[in-house]
Write a protein that binds this ligand. Sequence first.
Ligand SMILES: NC(=O)C1=CN([C@@H]2O[C@H](COP(=O)(O)OP(=O)(O)OC[C@H]3O[C@@H](n4cnc5c(N)ncnc54)[C@H](OP(=O)(O)O)[C@@H]3O)[C@@H](O)[C@H]2O)C=CC1
Ligand SMILES: N[C@@H](C=O)C(=O)O
Length: 270
Amino acid sequence: MTTPKGTALITGASSGIGAVYADRLAKRGCDLILVARNQQRLTAVADKLRGETGRDVAVLSADLNEKAGLAKVEAVLRDNPAITMLVNNAGVGSVASILQADVDTMEAMIDLNVTALTRLTYAAAPAFVARGAGTIVNISSVVGIAVEALNGVYSASKSYVLSFGHSLQKDLADKGVRVQTVLPGATATEFWDVAGYPPQKTSEITMSAEDCVDAALAGLDAGELVTIPGLHDAQLWTRWEADRREISPKFRNAKPAPRYGIGSRATGVV
Ligand SMILES: NC(=O)C1=CN([C@@H]2O[C@H](COP(=O)(O)OP(=O)(O)OC[C@H]3O[C@@H](n4cnc5c(N)ncnc54)[C@H](OP(=O)(O)O)[C@@H]3O)[C@@H](O)[C@H]2O)C=CC1
Ligand SMILES: N[C@@H](C=O)C(=O)O
């Protein structure tokens, strides 16, 4: 499998992982719509890629934390029939514990990492289904599984992205729409300046954004539903996912498990 030709809309394309997606997708022959707040940085990325690849690269400056900014991007996804790919990459993190973090900052993180990603997916999916094709790449994180590693709201927002992806794959698989969830580990980007721990950018477990995106695109080419660039033992993920699927049908029982000692009662609506 390869990435579709056509236009890819990438959020958070002004730096880091999103800027590398822009570079790689342009070099694979995609035209681009680059979204982020910082128009100057977006324009610099766009000018460079236009010069290097000759592709059409448009810039859409929008704050996805604001209703108007989000609505602007949703409208483009709904109305531009050239768009064949959405990379939901914009996101922020934090290393603060619940006792240090400011709850308004946490809410803004949920708005960006969860609400914006959800609304953009809801805008793109019906358009892709109507055209019988499209690719949605959602950037989660390994802390969506290793949830104790960073700030709890950040980790939970990335667990959401992983769960949402599983569900989207069920809803859209037979409609020609591919959904890939990517779980980067620590990656050398400005994420860590915003998150509050800049030294992570140079740690020995930190990957370059280039390697992260190249691995994610190789995973996409291979048809992976979930790509974890830094996980060397792929069997660990295969087992985790098989266990999840095995336990899934076993939760729903009219009677509590015997270990709770509830005994048997008549079933009725209370
Ligand atoms: N770096 C890491 O270790 C890891 C990162 N990730 C995830 O990767 C994704 C990309 O992050 P990364 O490249 O590392 O970090 P960067 O900080 O380099 O990139 C974040 C991007 O999001 C954009 N952005 C931030 N806030 C908004 C907003 N309100 N509206 C629109 N755009 C916004 C920023 O642009 P601008 O400021 O111009 O708006 C920037 O382009 C995130 O979802 C992050 O959670 C996952 C695992 C590890
Ligand atoms: N995935 C990174 C953050 O999201 C990390 O592993 O620290």
